[in-house]
Unconditional design. Structure first.
Lengths: 502, 379, 453
């Protein structure tokens, strides 16, 4: 965190309203996102209790598991949710452009959950479903393992910085707004919204108090409030169980209705709030480079679609040595690029880096536009130098490679020197790229005296690391006596024992 | 000088019944050891939840009956039939050699559920085992005892296993799942802190009989449901650091005397309950009493401490940067309040010599923000 | 005076040189017997790691091997190449490098060294040295042996990229220094034996049983005033001793002190005892606090201005300290930048020659006097980063003569209020030394050498 971002939080706390941290929204926001609000039963291992799902505020579908401990009901729920999600995903597998290798879908799905807990709940659901067998004992509907694999794909992708196919809404909001509360409290969607857009007629203070009162703002899940569990849910589930045992269809349907109503009361406020958050996010303009990252999403989506079409296996329980190393390299690269993209696109983010001395901007005070050097290959090339006076506390060392959001695309420079000058600093840079191919730089490619310029470090290009083939983990990364302990599909997949059914 | 301190602590608690340390208050020792208010309330055995509730900031640590039911059912299942499932986990999953099995139930002794009697029985049985007499290997719900600040706290592990490599091992049975060999870190940590207290208490018990601490392993055995099933699996947890940390904090509780000395003579957190157990003390008066004690509020307290909402409201009222959490606060060096930060940033306050540098950084940041907002940033 | 108090002496080691030689022989014997795919050598600070690497490379060459050496940075590679080429003028040494690399003057002056972009350029070389990153770009070549230097600083995913280049490996490194890290926050690999964010040595040991793990028992760098404390704080399970006796090393001023009494008092403390804690007034400050950073720079400037002569086993008659003999170590890069600026302000002509860097970049380096800005100085809270044992270990174990720590008062209280809160994971052994514990031991030691500013 920089002093600038920290100051934004203090400003929010003092003025009792959220303060913008960025100029843009750096995440692609689909025209038709699918919102899922998962609820789980307390104390159970990933036992879904309910979910509200839909791609428009007005047509949410509520799915409820009357007895979450019952295995059949659990998978009936997974199948129900799976069908809705798969219909949604399949709707993006229509429009495909390009030929052969380069062919890809032009749009990608986007699933939004209220908070990081919602993401974890989907991860658990994906893990629970993807290995299930559709035949033999404990068979599940066809859609269940397919849904599980897709969820796992989306959850894995969500770890990659800058992607947009599965996101928690709290994360999107806190990327753009600073509140006057802690990171912990920011994970509560209602508390966060209290700062950004308190319900009309309420002060932020009142809205914050309401946000923590489960009777006014039920938790956004996946856990329900203990008071609700003990006071409402437990008796309602008991009623359902009794009716079930007695085989009384009338009582059963009454109990089911009661349960649905109770859960609807808990989940609907969050549903409305998520859609309100989405429309707030829509009002923030999307960052220019978000489109490039979204193309990456479309490619990943296409690749996984093709893999599913070819009958690919479910994702492993844990990464293999080679798979983990590949993924780490991929995630590191994505994060570095995302951070650089944001600073390049966004004055606020750039200012953040400037306040930490990792970027600078200022006015050109001297220029040597005609400077040239002779290369190894005995060619004369333009290497103009300019000196920028800046008030920023620059900490970049000589030889740092730079890019500039204030110059034309392709502009590259390198720091020659940074000299303190009273309260300011004079940074001399040599322009190394983006001037065209001629001996003289193209018009407008070299900043002129008096011009305002901004520079930040070039994340650069790194070659993709080369690892051994996936099935050939070398001696340092595999034990001699390892006999495929983690095959892609565990043999006990179908028969995972259940129990504790009441 | 024990007694005067105890008298003072008793006066702080007032007429209420003394509450002993429990798993949560022991964990708090580790989470926020420097908070004076927490230290005093815990050391005096005051009812933090009742006090917080009375001043209008009730804690939100309700437990769902589903979680309780599930926890009990799982433990019962693991221990059914002489711990058949537990033995399977120890032998098959954890590949331990348990030559013979002798199950000892240390729950209520002959219908006597009192802690002291159960502790005496536990002591007798465990010492016999440690000396190689008796054939106990699995001890169900032993009652251990830990001296904390001169008071006995009774602690009850789920199970203690002996003769895993010739040592006692604390076995924690938890109902959160172990999915693909991983479990939620916060829950593992909480379980480990709890088990660390058992390890210390167990070492203490044996130590008094001259048995060295190496008789108790500092690796705990965690037994929990595997993946999404109800079938238990197990994992080892290395608790060495938590045992060391808790030992250190316990040795510091004695210093509560120093804290007491700083308090006004007549300070008390007594709720003055009437015959029907209703608190009669005016809430404002109790609030004033609490306000006289230093607190160290961090947002993380909301996860741990019954007093957290009270402390947060106090921090908010003081415009303290503690409200925003340590990451934000870290940026402002020695400055404590939003008022001071904003005053310096706007150049409305004159910085003291110590604040000069921070003030310059803040003015630079404020200039940057003004520049951004002037250029039409979303407001 | 320069002896550490309160530590138990090592079990009778008659002579450090003998002990060290025995360890080296055992390592070479293990390599020669052909029974192991890997041999690991744990080396505490300054225990002759480079000497071992050079020796092992030479022995392998003699046995007809054509070993490769993998180091982590270009500087480390250059240092090794220079040592190899100088000590073994008869062996052709190759330095594999990326485009844009310019050999240092010392390296350029060597006649038995070739610099090449590809292996083909180095066909005549008996030993080839390069960074791990460079080796990762090499394909289709396999060597009998690789010597991996600073192996604990190499991430397991990097090892995976180079492991196909060799059949057997000698892994040499210091387990007490900073662990490799990643900026990516994910828990998905925790507990896996092949976690790519772990160091390569640990991952290799997880997958291979009966790998001999040696340790070098003697630090030739650390003086007798430092070795016992560093050993106890950071190597709690594997003690080491100093290779030099109490009277071998000494620092003396060339001029008398005047005017700046607090700086002089601190320097005097460090010169006579090998340690000093220069304690500034208690205050919470941001890490960029000028007073703290300027004080570190001023101490270096003052030392240079007064001039010091260092006596040691290499220079029995004493040698004047030069700027390059002094380092200032910090935790953060912005602090390093600010200390460099502060050095310029001291006006001392030699000041720009003082090495200033973060712990990460000082790893593996050696100086006569090191001035450390304590990672916890002036902080309100102690994060895992600031408590990390490896960070303090690097900073406090670079010196041959003396170590001066600059800190604001209040670290003891800070440690009290922040017990170690490392996350706990299933089936993952806790990492030792514990940062909290190591910090306490260091602080206890420094308290005996405290000078209030």
């Amino acid at each position: 965190m920089s002093t600038l971002s920290a100051l934004a939080h203090v400003q929010a706390m003092e003025s009792m309203q959220a303060v913008p941290l960025t100029e843009f929204r750096h995440r692609h926001l689909s025209a038709r996102p699918l919102v899922i609000i998962p609820l789980a039963m307390a104390g159970e291992a990933g036992a879904p209790l309910a979910a509200m799902v839909g791609s428009a505020k007005r047509n949410g579908t509520l799915l409820v598991v009357a007895q979450p401990r019952n295995r059949d009901q659990r998978f009936a729920f997974a199948a129900g949710l799976g069908r809705i999600v798969m219909d949604y995903i399949d709707s993006f597998r229509q429009d495909r452009r390009g030929e052969g290798e380069r062919s890809r879908y032009t749009d990608a799905p986007q699933i939004l959950v209220p908070n990081p807990g919602g993401l974890k709940a989907l991860a658990d659901l994906g893990r629970m479903c993807r290995f299930r067998s559709t035949s033999g004992p404990y068979a599940v509907p066809d859609v269940v393992p397919e849904f599980g694999m897709w969820l796992t794909f989306l959850v894995d992708k969500a770890e990659q910085a800058g992607t947009s196919m599965l996101l928690p809404v709290t994360g999107m909001l806190t990327e753009h707004w600073a509140t006057g509360q802690s990171t912990l409290e920011d994970q509560n969607l209602a508390s966060l919204m209290a700062w950004i857009a308190p319900p009309s007629g309420l002060s932020v203070d009142q809205a914050m108090a309401d946000a923590e009162n489960p009777d006014v703002c039920p938790p956004a899940g996946p856990s329900t409030s203990p008071e609700f569990d003990n006071r409402d849910l437990a008796p309602a589930i008991r009623k359902f169980d009794t009716a079930h045992k007695l085989g009384d269809p009338h009582a059963l349907s009454a109990a089911e209705t009661e349960l649905r109503e109770l859960i609807a009361g808990q989940i609907q406020p969050t549903w409305r709030m998520v859609w309100q958050a989405i429309s707030l996010l829509r009002s923030v303009p999307e960052a220019p480079r978000s489109a490039k990252r979204f193309e990456g999403d479309c490619k990943a989506f296409t690749d996984y679609s093709n893999y599913r079409d070819s009958g690919g296996l479910p994702q492993r329980k844990r990464d293999t040595a080679i798979g983990a190393a590949r993924r780490l390299s991929f995630l590191e690269r994505a994060l570095a690029e995302f951070e650089s993209d944001m600073a390049f696109d966004d004055r606020f983010v750039l200012a953040d880096r400037r306040s930490a001395g990792e970027a600078f901007s200022g006015t050109v005070v001297e220029a040597e536009p005609g400077r040239t050097v002779t290369t190894d290959k005995n060619r004369r090339v333009p290497r103009p130098r300019v000196t920028v006076r800046t008030e920023d506390p620059v900490r970049l060392a000589a030889d740092t490679k730079l890019i500039s959001p204030s110059m034309l695309a392709g502009h590259k420079a390198v720091i020659v020197s940074v000299l303190p000058d009273g309260d300011t600093a004079r940074v001399t840079v040599e322009i190394t790229g983006g001037m065209g191919r001629g001996r003289v730089p193209k018009q407008g490619t070299v900043p002129e005296p008096g011009q305002y310029v901004a520079y930040l470090p070039d994340p650069g290009w790194r070659p993709a690391p080369q690892f051994p083939a996936s099935d050939a983990a070398p001696w340092t990364h595999s034990a001699a006596d390892e006999v495929g302990t983690d095959s892609a599909v565990p043999e006990d997949a179908a028969a995972e024992e259940w129990g504790n059914e009441e | 000088m024990r007694e005067p301190v105890d008298d003072r602590l008793a006066a702080l608690r007032g007429s209420a019944k003394r509450l002993d340390y429990n798993a949560r208050s022991l964990a708090a020792l580790e989470n926020n050891p420097r908070c004076t208010l927490r230290a005093l309330l815990d050391a005096s055995g005051s009812d933090k939840a009742a006090i917080a509730t009375h001043v209008g900031h009730p804690p939100a640590f309700g437990q769902s009956s589903f979680a309780i039911t599930r926890g009990n059912a799982f433990e019962a299942m693991v221990k059914a039939n002489g711990c058949a499932e537990l033995l399977r986990v120890l032998r098959e999953t954890l590949e331990l050699t348990l030559p013979e099995v002798g199950y000892e139930d240390l729950n209520d002794v002959g219908g006597d559920g009192r802690s002291k009697e159960r502790h005496e029985r536990t002591e007798e049985v465990l010492l016999r085992a440690a000396r190689g007499e008796g054939d106990g290997t699995l001890f169900d719900h032993p009652m251990l005892c830990l001296q904390i600040g001169g008071h006995k706290a009774y602690l009850e592990p789920d199970l203690v296993a002996f003769r895993i490599d010739g040592r006692f091992h604390v076995v924690e049975i938890k109902s959160f799942p172990i999915i693909d060999e991983q479990a939620a870190p916060a829950q593992v940590r909480a379980a480990t802190t709890q088990a660390s207290a058992y390890i210390i208490a167990l070492r203490d018990l044996l130590g008094r009989a001259g048995i060295g601490e190496e008789a108790v392993s500092d690796t705990i055995v965690l037994v929990a449901p595997k993946d999404f099933t109800n079938r238990p699996t197990g994992a080892f947890v290395d608790a060495r650091k938590q045992v060391a940390a808790l030992t250190r904090q316990l040795s510091r509780i004695e210093r509560v005397g120093d804290l007491v000395d700083l308090l006004p003579e007549d300070l008390t957190f007594d709720l003055a309950r009437d015959s029907e157990d209703r608190p009669r003390r005016p809430a404002e008066e109790l609030n004033e009493a609490l306000d006289q004690v230093l607190v160290t509020y961090r947002p993380d307290c909301l996860n741990h401490c019954e007093m957290a909402f009270y402390c947060r409201s106090r921090a908010r009222a003081e415009a303290s940067l503690d409200v925003l959490g340590p990451v934000v606060r870290d940026q402002f060096g020695g400055i404590d309040t939003t008022t001071m930060v904003m005053g310096l940033a706007r150049g409305e306050l004159t910085p003291s010599e110590d604040q000069m540098e921070m003030a310059a950084a803040l003015r630079h940041a404020a200039r940057l923000r003004a520049e951004l907002e002037d250029l039409g940033g979303a407001a | 005076m320069r002896n550490d108090t309160g530590t138990t002496p090592e079990p009778a080691v008659p002579d450090p040189a003998t002990a060290a030689a025995a360890a080296t022989e055992a390592i070479l014997a293990n390599m020669a017997d052909g029974r192991h795919r890997a041999v690991v050598v744990d080396s505490p600070p300054g225990a002759g790691k480079s000497t071992l690497v050079v020796r092992a490379a030479q022995e392998l060459t003699e046995g007809g091997e054509r070993p490769i050496i993998v180091a982590q940075t270009n500087n480390q590679v250059d240092d090794l190449v220079v040592r190899l080429a100088r000590e073994h003028p008869g062996i052709a040494v190759g330095r594999l490098s990326a485009t844009g690399y310019t050999p240092s003057p010392a390296l350029g002056a060597l006649t038995n060294t070739t610099v090449g972009r590809t292996l083909a350029d180095l066909a005549g070389c008996r030993i080839i040295v390069a960074t791990a990153a460079k080796w990762a770009t090499v394909r289709d070549a396999t060597f009998g042996w690789a010597i991996l230097d600073e192996a604990y600083q190499m991430r397991s995913d990097m090892l995976l990229q180079i492991v196909e280049r060799f059949d057997r490996g000698l892994f040499v490194g210091d387990p007490g220094q900073l662990d490799p890290f990643t900026i990516v926050g994910t828990e998905r690999w925790i507990g896996l034996p092949h976690d790519p964010t772990q160091n390569g040595v640990s991952v290799m040991l997880e997958h291979n049983q009966n790998i001999p793990v040696h340790r070098l028992p003697v630090s030739w760098r650390l003086p007798s005033s430092a070795a016992p404390t560093i050993s106890r704080a950071f190597y709690p399970f594997t003690h080491f001793t100093a290779g030099t006796g109490e009277d071998t090393r000494a620092l003396e001023f060339r001029t008398a002190g005047f005017a700046r009494t607090d700086l002089d008092e601190t320097l005097a403390q460090a010169f006579t005892t090998g340690w000093a804690l220069h304690e500034l007034r208690r205050r919470h400050v941001p890490r960029t606090d000028t007073e703290t950073l300027q004080t570190a720079a001023d101490l270096a400037g003052r030392l240079l201005d007064r001039g010091a002569v260092a006596t040691c086993e290499r220079h029995h008659g004493g040698r004047p300290l030069e700027p390059g003999d002094i380092a200032i170590g910090v935790a953060h890069r912005d602090q390093a930048d600010l200390v460099r600026a502060a050095l310029a302000r001291t006006g001392s002509p030699g000041a720009p020659g003082v090495a200033v860097d973060t712990a990460n970049r000082l790893q593996g380096r050696e100086f006569e006097v090191v001035i450390v800005v304590h990672p916890l100085s002036g902080r309100r809270d102690a994060t895992a980063f600031h408590l990390e044992a490896g960070r303090l270990c690097v900073l406090a174990s670079r010196h041959r003569q003396a170590c001066i720590v600059v800190a604001r008062e209040g670290i003891a209280d800070l440690l009290d209020s922040h017990p170690s809160t490392d996350p706990v994971h299933l089936s993952v052994r806790a990492k030792f030394p514990d940062g909290w514990e190591a910090n306490q031991i260091m602080l206890d030691k420094l308290a005996q050498h405290r000078v209030a500013a």
